[in-house]
Write a protein that binds this ligand. Structure first.
Ligand SMILES: Cc1cc2nc3c(=O)[nH]c(=O)nc-3n(C[C@H](O)[C@H](O)[C@H](O)COP(=O)(O)OP(=O)(O)OC[C@H]3O[C@@H](n4cnc5c(N)ncnc54)[C@H](O)[C@@H]3O)c2cc1C
Length: 300
């Protein structure tokens, strides 16, 4: 098996990974980006709130980024899934699904997170289209519309306060007994926000655009959009296996220079923060690229 050597291997070649590759390519570093093409926003037709790219499709933004990055001759891109990373003396060995054996001095995980679907029939068909995660990304398109929030407890209470900025037709669906306190419910009523505790059977939709929610008791509720606070897991389990500290919220712990708790390993983008946006991922990737280059120069 051929071993190929790089200064930096970036695992994950979406917004964070490509931005890091751009900084490193411009620093004339020998870089390999490995990506298997499953960014978390791939289901959404239009990406919003990233300056110069507002309303463009997520894939077009990433393709444009990749085209620009690949103009730097020291950067290579590989379409593959990374299965394992091992630390051996002063270097890392990266193994891929197509049996490649690669080495690098530094590793950047820009691997993102995986949203866990809630197990409601047809929810997945609506995810990213009319079942959405963030009002800054998609709230403007549904302003003033009949909107749901699939969440419970304190999170539902706090998120609903924010969403009320975009619509005064908001209903919280707890999909089972509500854990919102009665004091919180009283405050919600003042804003005309009501709570529905019925168990949800399915989303009725047309091409991902929700029309109504059907409950297990057979009744329905008409909706134009629904926000969902989903659980998530790290898209790649490798950082944790390597010993990188994961914080209580499930994100890779990093310092202000994108370094993880393991020397030589960095992380950037959604895998490190709940501030989930293309702009934030791009900013973090740019920073990671600059500090990896800095550490290569200073021998850290
Ligand atoms: C439905 C939805 C809609 C959104 N809409 C917007 C919006 O309108 N505006 C906005 O600003 N933000 C939006 N976001 C948030 C935005 O998409 C994310 O913040 C952004 O994609 C994070 O970029 P990232 O590079 O960290 O991770 P991702 O874009 O998720 O990319 C991670 C990449 O790493 C790859 N990868 C993971 N593990 C491996 C491995 N072991 N080997 C190889 N490759 C691997 C994945 O395949 C993927 O390509 C949305 C998110 C969702 C879920």
């Amino acid at each position: 098996m051929n071993t190929r050597n790089f200064e930096v291997i970036i695992i994950g070649g979406s917004y964070a990974g490509l931005s890091a590759a751009l900084s490193l390519g411009r620093a004339i570093r020998k870089v390999l980006v490995i990506d298997n093409g499953k960014p978390c926003n791939r289901h959404t037709p239009h990406s919003h709130n990233f300056l110069t790219q507002d309303g463009r499709s997520p894939a077009i933004i990433a393709e444009t980024g990749k085209e620009q990055v690949m103009q730097y001759p020291t950067v290579q891109f590989m379409d593959a899934w990374v299965t394992e990373v091992k630390k051996e003396k002063e270097q890392f060995i990266v193994f891929t699904s197509d049996h490649q054996n690669l080495t690098a001095k530094k590793i950047l995980f820009a691997t993102g997170v995986k949203d866990l679907m809630p197990g409601i029939e047809s929810f997945d068909d609506c995810w990213g289209i009319s079942a959405i995660h963030c009002p800054y990304c998609h709230g403007y398109e549904y302003k003033g519309k009949k909107t749901g929030l699939l969440a419970n407890g304190d999170i539902a209470f706090e998120f609903s306060q924010l969403l009320h900025n975009w619509t005064d037709q908001l209903t919280i669906f707890t999909n089972g007994p509500s854990t919102i306190t009665s004091a919180q419910a009283d405050q919600l009523v003042l804003k005309n926000i009501f709570i529905v505790e019925k168990k949800i059977r399915k989303f009725q939709h047309h091409k991902g655009y929700i029309q109504s929610m059907k409950f297990r008791d057979g009744s329905t509720f008409q909706l134009d959009a629904i926000y969902a606070k989903l659980s998530f897991e790290q898209h790649s389990p490798i950082p944790e296996k390597l010993g990188c500290k994961i914080n209580e919220q499930g994100y890779i712990q990093i310092d202000e220079f994108q370094r993880t708790s393991i020397p030589g390993i960095y992380a950037a983008g959604d895998n490190t923060t709940s501030m989930r946006s293309v702009a934030s991922a791009v900013a973090a990737g740019t920073k990671a690229g600059a500090f990896i280059n800095h550490d290569l120069i200073s021998g850290n």
